[in-house]
Design a protein around this ligand. Structure first.
Ligand SMILES: Nc1ncnc2c1ncn2[C@@H]1O[C@H](COP(=O)(O)OP(=O)(O)O)[C@@H](O)[C@H]1O
Ligand SMILES: N[C@@H](CCC(=O)OP(=O)(O)O)C(=O)O
Length: 388
């Protein structure tokens, strides 16, 4: 069952050393009426208190597009990409300026970091981003992060900042992701539409029943709604981070959480923490291809966490290179794992369904017996999951 309605005695935030805080557009832009300078000042104040308390804080802030639309004098959110890109560029200036001003007043240094999904899919760029963020934290700087909406395309975008927040939590191996929003936390259904919805104080991150409770965004201003927050908690849990979804309209929510006060919805990781390298594999947003397994191979992968041998592959989809991250699908086409392929798609196609001893004769070389070695494989379904 998903929710335990009783609140935890002490918030997990009390012991969190490295914290990613995500704030949504509605809170930052006064529901689209323009940057809410009071809200930004209050947030900077709350974040600064955590830094002074010896914690490392990263802020993922939305609001660039909503603010840009207003600055450009447009009455509604455009649908064409070039206008959205322009709005993001204009709005990001105001957003960065407002944060810089408020942090500086409090003697805290801040830095602007704009990322795209492309930066996170490429191992070298991923490690670069990680290095840069960790260096900023080392010097007591608060990184203010957003998606680089001006240059993203569908193929390389993260898409929403709840997801970006969880990716940043994985990237930096943070202890906690706090998602500040316009509701008290997660309810059993969207409280705007269901007045009888029940508040969930605590649940397991990744519990599939949570995904059924969470709906989409409340307005065209925001991107994700509650579903992206629940999925972000699942993603953050992979590297051991807990997630708290809490109202940003509370007074000093971050300080109160850090003092141990149970506020909002706490989603705790209960699955074993995976290595940062495996989190990078699991975090891939756009995969270049897939392989479909037969039932026996799917079973062995899920329950035995074995390597994937070509003999278990029924079908190869897409065009991928050696070293790309690909999806591993059940016979019914459901994703059960993902991993780094040792063979490009053209060769994978030729050795699919064939035994290890045949590989060299077919290809003229053998890189390794496995299509995906278990060290490069992340199983995304729990043991016992019925793969078809
Ligand atoms: N189960 C749920 N519990 C709480 N809020 C929900 C739920 N399902 C959908 N929502 C909606 O999600 C909204 C918050 O998401 P969103 O509008 O994207 O905000 P943000 O800009 O903070 O990301 C809420 O205002 C609420 O209407
Ligand atoms: N990167 C976008 C925000 C995207 C987003 O996820 O918005 P939200 O759902 O309000 O957190 C922007 O700055 O406008």
């Amino acid at each position: 069952m998903a929710g335990e309605s009783a609140a935890a005695a002490r918030s997990v935030a009390a012991d969190a050393k490295r914290i990613v805080v995500k704030v949504g557009s509605a809170l930052i832009t006064n529901d689209g009426r323009g940057l809410d300078f009071q809200a930004i000042a209050a947030l900077a104040d709350d974040l600064s208190a955590l830094v002074r308390d010896g914690r490392e804080v990263l802020l993922v802030s939305s609001g660039a597009i909503a603010e840009g639309i207003l600055r450009l004098g447009w009455s509604e959110r455009p649908t064409d990409v070039s206008r959205l890109q322009a709005a993001a560029a204009v709005g990001q200036m105001s957003l960065a300026q407002a944060y810089e001003h408020e942090f500086e007043k409090r003697g805290i240094k801040s830095a602007l970091v704009l990322l795209t999904g492309g930066d996170l899919n490429d191992r070298t760029r991923y490690l670069n981003a990680r290095g840069a963020l960790l260096t900023l934290l080392k010097f007591g700087v608060v990184p203010v992060i957003n998606e680089n909406d001006t240059v993203v395309t569908d193929e390389i975008k993260v898409g929403d900042n709840d997801t970006l927040g969880s990716v940043v939590a994985n990237l930096t191996e943070a202890d906690l992701l706090v998602i500040l929003t316009d509701q008290k936390g997660l309810y059993s259904a969207d409280p705007r539409r269901n007045p009888g919805a029940v508040f969930i104080a605590r649940a397991r991150a990744g519990d599939p029943t949570l995904e059924k409770m969470a709906g989409g965004a409340a307005s065209s201003l925001s991107k994700g709604g509650m579903i992206t927050k629940v999925l972000a908690a699942k993603r953050a849990a992979r590297t051991g981070a807990a997630t708290i979804i809490v109202s940003g309209r509370e007074k000093e929510p971050l300080r109160r959480l850090a003092a141990g006060e149970p506020l909002g919805t706490e989603l705790v990781p209960e699955t074993p923490k995976i290595l940062a390298r495996k989190a990078w594999i699991a975090d891939h947003l756009n995969l270049s291809g897939a392989v479909v397994l037969d039932r026996g191979a799917a079973r062995a992968l899920i329950d035995g966490h074995t390597s994937l041998l070509p003999v278990g592959v029924k079908e190869v989809r897409g065009d991928f290179k050696r070293g790309d991250v690909i999806a591993v699908l059940s016979p019914e086409g459901e994703e059960i794992a993902r991993g780094l392929t040792a063979y490009p798609s053209a060769d994978a196609l030729r050795i699919a369904g064939r035994h290890t001893e045949e590989i060299e004769a077919i290809l003229g070389y053998m890189e390794q017996p496995e299509l995906i070695h278990r060290d490069n494989l992340v199983v995304t379904k729990p043991a016992g999951f019925e793969a078809g």
